[in-house]
Write a protein that binds this ligand. Structure first.
Ligand SMILES: C[S@@+](CC[C@H](N)C(=O)[O-])C[C@H]1O[C@@H](n2cnc3c(N)ncnc32)[C@H](O)[C@@H]1O
Length: 251
């Protein structure tokens, strides 16, 4: 694992003005196929992983939650469905095209009064300190240009005693499954992206972004450094993804 991008990826970031604009443009291009590709790549497991994450979030009946990098709103919707009828979620994302698909889905499900989707930057959240009862994200923190800054922002807007839950692709522990995973993720997923989404580069970025993303124990450490306590993580599906959970201390 290295924290700096491979030269080829660095060149592409530079061409588009940095990692954040590169990521935003990429999700703008693939928004149309994003949900379908998720189902295809994971065989539908992405839904189960989100369901596990929202169980960890455990929002209460009147809670107000934030989904950072909400994209097409799948995690925000899962969180609302798992919580009581008065729970509300705000989803923030810096790619308007992803939010457009999310808004259509939210209104089709009759959840528009409970899930609000806003354009915003996860590294500079527009909310006051101590606003939300719970903060969550799925497949987002790997994309942040400044991961520690993003974690500090999630900590800042969380109420004391509230939980932060982060679902993300990770480095599977153990050599055997790790080998199979990398064969699939590094070779086959970009091909699927090319065939289904007509975008080899975007789905090639997936494994490139994982290469520079910290393993689960290091992410746990970074969450602690951002201020979270009681930080723990759960590997799912042989460690393909990890769900990190942390708490904002009460005082
Ligand atoms: C892989 S998608 C995940 C979408 C959704 N959370 C899900 O579970 O499917 C990553 C999303 O994070 C968003 N994103 C990445 N960096 C961001 C940032 N700094 N601020 C806001 N959104 C960001 C992208 O626009 C994209 O929609």
């Amino acid at each position: 694992m290295t924290t700096s991008p491979a030269p080829e990826l660095r060149r592409r970031f530079d061409e588009e003005g940095g990692k954040a604009p590169y990521v935003r443009n990429m999700f703008g291009r693939i928004a149309r196929v994003y949900d379908g590709m998720n189902r295809l790549m994971t065989g539908g497991l992405d839904r189960r992983w989100r369901a596990f994450a929202v169980r960890q979030l455990a929002l209460g009946a009147d809670a107000h939650g934030l989904d950072v990098g909400t994209g097409t709103a799948d995690l925000a919707i899962a969180a609302i469905r798992a919580a009581g009828p008065r729970t509300r979620m705000i989803g923030v994302d810096f790619t308007p095209e992803m939010l457009d698909y999310g808004r259509k889905k939210v209104s089709k499900l009759g959840l528009a009064d409970r899930v609000e989707l806003r354009v915003g930057d996860g590294e500079h959240l527009e909310f006051a300190d101590n606003t939300f009862d719970g903060v969550c994200s799925a497949f987002v923190v790997r994309n942040l240009a400044d991961l520690p800054a993003g974690l500090r922002e999630q900590f800042r807007v969380l109420k004391p005693g509230g939980r932060m839950v982060c679902l993300e692709i990770t480095h599977p522990p153990g050599p055997i499954f790790s080998g199979i995973f990398h064969l699939y993720f590094d070779q086959l997923v970009p091909l699927m992206g090319k065939i289904v989404g007509k975008s080899f580069d975007s789905y090639n970025y997936l494994h490139q972004s994982l290469a520079m993303f910290p393993p689960a124990p290091r992410l746990k450490q970074l969450m602690r450094e951002a201020g979270f306590t009681d930080v723990r993580y759960y590997y799912r599906t042989f460690g393909v993804v990890a769900v990190h959970v942390g708490q904002k201390p009460v005082s």
